[in-house]
Write a protein of this length. Structure first.
Length: 158
């Protein structure tokens, strides 16, 4: 019986580690969680009220971009732009939608020839997005987040 008691005591002392709780550092847990995020993707893209009923993520993104492009194109078509030579350019607007739904233009990439033919193109593009309808910001893990993307605008004047 002594052997059994001795074996029991050894087993008891060595197994106490199994009952010990390990403390998890909150900062380590946060770092690990942040590393698992895909920061380049959102759960839902920014949207307009006319796109709210769309549940498919890619269709929602397409609706948002199409609504923005239509706004820019409609505005530019109503302007009296006179050029001396044909203009055929793809202008790249870098747009930021903040977590409140406010739209801002970070940059506009335009060819020099287009700037020469249409010197006011920057202000026209900015004005075209000024009176845009309410934007609902993108959502990531239940939180409204700021997003940035590039919108190509094709300008063709003959």
């Amino acid at each position: 019986m002594n052997r059994f008691a001795f074996l029991f005591l050894i087993l008891l002392f060595t197994s106490c580690d199994y009952f010990e709780k390990k403390k998890v550092n909150a900062e380590d847990l946060l770092k690990e969680e942040l590393n698992t995020f895909n920061w380049n993707d959102v759960d839902t893209y920014p949207t307009f009220s006319n796109c709210n009923s769309i549940t498919d993520k890619s269709a929602s993104k397409l609706c948002f971009q199409t609504t923005l492009l239509n706004s820019v194109n409609d505005y530019l078509e109503n302007q009296n732009i006179v050029v001396s030579e044909n203009v055929n350019d793809t202008i790249r607007l870098k747009i930021i939608i903040d977590n409140k739904g406010s739209l801002s233009i970070a940059s506009i990439s335009v060819k020099e020839e287009t700037k020469f033919q249409i010197p006011e193109i920057d202000s026209l593009l900015r004005q075209s997005l000024k009176d845009i309808s309410k934007i609902y910001p993108a959502i990531k893990r239940g939180q409204q987040v700021t997003t940035a993307f590039e919108l190509p605008v094709i300008v063709k004047i003959d």
